[in-house]
Design a protein around this ligand. Structure first.
Ligand code: ATP
Ligand code: MG
Ligand code: ZN
Length: 411
C-alpha cells in the first residue's frame, strides 16, 4: 500500500497525471528525507502527547503539504491516532478520497481576511462529524493579514480539545512571533540529490520508465533539493525524449553532456591539454553557454575532491554510484592539494568566462593554466628539504653556499 499512488485530486483514469501528484506519499512513513520531522510526528502520535497546533516550514516542494495531509490522516484514522493509518476505515477512506469534512484545507493566499478567520473560529466550535478531530490545514499561512493573525490568536491559544491546526509556509519570517510561540514548529529541509534520485528510481521502476542512475542523478541535482521540481523535470524528460539516453536527458535539462565534463577533468589532471581543448570545442559547438560548462565543472571538481578526502566524506558526494567509481578511478594518486588548487583556478576562470565577451578564448587560454597545476609544496616542506640538503652537503665535506647556511648567520 505504501507506494500506491494516492492523491484525492488525481483522477483515477484517463489523461496524464503529473508524477508529483500521482506519487504524493499518503503516509509519513513513505516520505523521503525529512526523517527529523516524521520521526517526531510519529512519536507524538504513538505517545498520544499531541500539541494542538503545528507549523511546517521549509523550501518549495519538500513535503510540507504532503506531511500535513498524511499527519491529518494519522490523527483521524479510526485505529489511531497512529503513525500507520489503516487505509480502510471511514475517515481513512474519506481523507484519501478528499471527501472528509473533518479535515478542512484552507488556502491562506485566498482566505486571508479577518472575515475568513472569523468564519473559521465559528466552525471550530462544532464537534467533528465523523472523525476524532476537526483538523484545519492552513496552507501558505504567511499570506494571512495582520488583522487575520490577530483574530486567530485567541483560538490558537485555547482551542477546543477536538481541534488541531496544521499550518504550512515557505516564509516563516512573515509569521508573527505571537503565532510562532503558540505552535510546534517543524523545519523541512532541502532533500539531498541522492535521496531524491532514490525516490525517482522507485517511481520509474513502477512506471516502467527505463532510465540510468546517471540520468536520475542529473534530474535530482537539477531539482536543487525540491522533490516536486525534480519530479516535474522527470515528467519533461519522459514526454520530450528517450529517458534511457543520458545525452537526451542532459539536453532536455539544458545540461552539458557529462562526458565532456569528465574529458575536461581528465585532461586537466593528466596534463593532456588537447583533451581539454577538444571538450571546450564540443561543448561550444553543441550550443551550450561556456559559463554553464565551467559551473558544472566546478561541481565535478568539488565531487572529485570529496571523493579523495576520506571514505567517510563520500556520503557528501552527489553523484550516482557509477560516477563515483569513475571519479575514484580518475583521481587515484592525485594529491588533494592539486584538486583544491584546480578548484581555485577554475573558480577564477568561471568568473572570467561568465563576464567575458569572448568566453571561448578565455576558456581556451585557461586550459594552459589548468593543466600546469601541480601540487604546491608547503613552505614548511621546502625548508625541511633545504635543511636536509645542507646536512648532506656538510656530510660530504662540501661547504654549503653562504647565503643559505643558517650557521653562517650567527658567525
Ligand atoms: N519528502 C517527500 N517525499 C516524497 N515525495 C515528496 C516529498 N516532498 C515532496 N514530494 C513530492 O512533491 C510533491 C509536492 O510536495 P508538497 O506539496 O508536499 O510540497 P510543499 O513543501 O508543500 O511545497 P510548496 O511550498 O510549494 O507548497 C508531492 O506531491 C510529492 O509527490
Ligand atoms: Mg505546499
Ligand atoms: Zn484508518
Amino acid at each position: 500500500m505504501a507506494d500506491e499512488p494516492a492523491d484525492p485530486v488525481a483522477p483515477a483514469t484517463g489523461g496524464y497525471v503529473a508524477i508529483a501528484r500521482k506519487w504524493r506519499p499518503s503516509t509519513l512513513e513513505e516520505m523521503s528525507g525529512q526523517a527529523h520531522v516524521t520521526r517526531t510526528l510519529k512519536n507524538s502520535l504513538t505517545s498520544g502527547r499531541l500539541h494542538h497546533a503545528f507549523l511546517f516550514t521549509g523550501a518549495r516542494g519538500v513535503g510540507k503539504t504532503t506531511a500535513a495531509r498524511a499527519f491529518a490522516r494519522a490523527l483521524q484514522c479510526a485505529e489511531g491516532p497512529t503513525p500507520t493509518p489503516c487505509g480502510v476505515c471511514g475517515p481513512c477512506r474519506d481523507i484519501l478520497a478528499g471527501t472528509c469534512t473533518d479535515v478542512v484545507e484552507i488556502d491562506g493566499a485566498s482566505n486571508n481576511s479577518v472575515e475568513d478567520v472569523r468564519n473559521l473560529r465559528d466552525g471550530v466550535r462544532y464537534l467533528p462529524a465523523s472523525a476524532r478531530f476537526r483538523v484545519y490545514v492552513i496552507d501558505e499561512v504567511h499570506m494571512l493579514s495582520k488583522a487575520a493573525f490577530n483574530a486567530l490568536l485567541k483560538t490558537l491559544e485555547e482551542p477546543p480539545p477536538h481541534v488541531k491546526f496544521i499550518f504550512a509556509t515557505t516564509e516563516v519570517n512573515k509569521i508573527p512571533d505571537t503565532i510562532l510561540s503558540r505552535v510546534q514548529r517543524f523545519d523541512f529541509k532541502r532533500i539531498p540529490a541522492t535521496v531524491v534520485a532514490a525516490r525517482l528510481r522507485l517511481i520509474c521502476d513502477a512506471e516502467h520508465v527505463p532510465i540510468s542512475d546517471v540520468g536520475l542523478q542529473m534530474i535530482a541535482r537539477a531539482g536543487e533539493g525540491s522533490m516536486r521540481d525534480a519530479q516535474s523535470l522527470l515528467d519533461q524528460v519522459i514526454s520530450f525524449g528517450d529517458a534511457s539516453d543520458d545525452k537526451q536527458v542532459a539536453d532536455i535539462l539544458g545540461l552539458v553532456d557529462r562526458k565532456f565534463l569528465y574529458e575536461m577533468l581528465r585532461g586537466v589532471l593528466r596534463n593532456e591539454p588537447e583533451r581539454c581543448l577538444d571538450s571546450v570545442q564540443q561543448v561550444y559547438d553543441s550550443g551550450h553557454e561556456l559559463h554553464q560548462f565551467t559551473n558544472e565543472l566546478l561541481e565535478l571538481v568539488r565531487n572529485a575532491t570529496i571523493a579523495t578526502m576520506s571514505e567517510g566524506a563520500r556520503r557528501f558526494l552527489d553523484v550516482s554510484n557509477e560516477e563515483q567509481a569513475v571519479l575514484l578511478d580518475l583521481t587515484a594518486g592525485v594529491p588533494f592539494e592539486q584538486l583544491s588548487r584546480t578548484f581555485q583556478v577554475l573558480l577564477e576562470v568561471h568568473d572570467q568566462v561568465s563576464r567575458s565577451m569572448r568566453p571561448r578564448l578565455v576558456l581556451e587560454m585557461a586550459v594552459a593554466r589548468l593543466v600546469a597545476i601541480r601540487p604546491a609544496q608547503s613552505v614548511g616542506a621546502l625548508v625541511d628539504r633545504l635543511a636536509d640538503l645542507e646536512r648532506r652537503l656538510r656530510g660530504q665535506g662540501v661547504a654549503a653556499p653562504r647565503g643559505h647556511d643558517p650557521e653562517g648567520e650567527r658567525r
